[in-house]
Design a binder for this molecule. Structure first.
Ligand code: ATP
Ligand code: MG
Length: 216
């Protein structure tokens, strides 16, 4: 039986205007979920809230049994560092360092060893020792994914991880993510504008008219 890794209830958020309200969803073990929606609808904000980075205006997030916004900052930090992996829409790699250096830091912080095969799977093994500033956008995106996976997270939050990639590389990234989720009984939430990517997930949701609607 699958178990919930994350349970979000009645989330709402607004900045200058209402983004969404009454958003509830859960992510089970080995489950992948895609979130689609117009630019500015609040997908990144929602992803950040589910990952523990932006406190919701209303609602709760239970992550791996912890009430995420009612635990201490240090407990939350530990969960973030050791149990979750976030692929940011603007990936935050250290540009002056090599790709490998970036991956090493993340794996060290999460107390994990690097699985070198990930570089080959993502087809970045030839460029991983180059400085990040010399890599193309798509290569940086894949380094960023390698960095996240090397932490061996239980939950992955990926914000448009294929945004800079060609069709073939996008497929590859999706295969790596889904394979990781299946093998590690992890959970994945991916934000994407690409319907073909979304369809490969177990569930597709749309953030539309301030609600999260389940697709068919
Ligand atoms: N920290 C912030 N302060 C004020 N407004 C913000 C902040 N973060 C996001 N917003 C606003 O909230 C809205 C939703 O932003 P968000 O990044 O969640 O959208 P999105 O659905 O991810 O869009 P995209 O598809 O373009 O990435 C936008 O209008 C944005 O300007
Ligand atoms: Mg976004």
């Amino acid at each position: 039986m699958s178990k919930a890794l994350l349970i979000a209830k009645n989330l709402s958020h607004k900045f200058d205007y209402l983004l969404y309200k009454n958003v509830s969803l859960s992510i089970n073990t080995s489950q992948s979920i895609a979130v689609m929606g117009r630019s500015g609808s609040g997908k990144s904000t929602l992803l950040h809230t589910l990952a523990g980075l932006i406190e919701p205006l209303e609602g709760s997030v239970e992550m791996l049994g912890y009430d995420l916004y009612n635990i201490s900052e240090s407990q939350k930090e530990l969960l973030r560092r050791e149990k979750t992996g976030i692929v940011f829409q603007q990936h935050y790699l250290f540009k002056g360092m090599s790709g490998r250096g970036n991956v090493e830091i993340a794996s060290m912080l999460a107390k994990q060893n690097i699985d070198e095969s990930i570089f080959k799977f993502l087809q970045i093994e030839k460029v991983i020792d180059q400085k990040v500033s010399k890599l193309s956008g798509g290569q940086q995106q894949r380094v960023s994914l390698a960095r996240v996976l090397s932490k061996r997270p239980k939950l992955i939050f990926a914000d448009e991880p294929t945004g800079n990639l060609d069709v073939e590389s996008s497929k590859l990234v999706m295969e790596v993510l889904l394979d990781y989720v299946a093998k590690n009984r992890a959970g994945l939430l991916i934000v994407t504008h690409d319907i073909d990517i979304a369809k490969r997930c177990d569930r597709v949701y749309y953030l539309k008219e301030h609600r999260l609607i389940k697709g068919d």
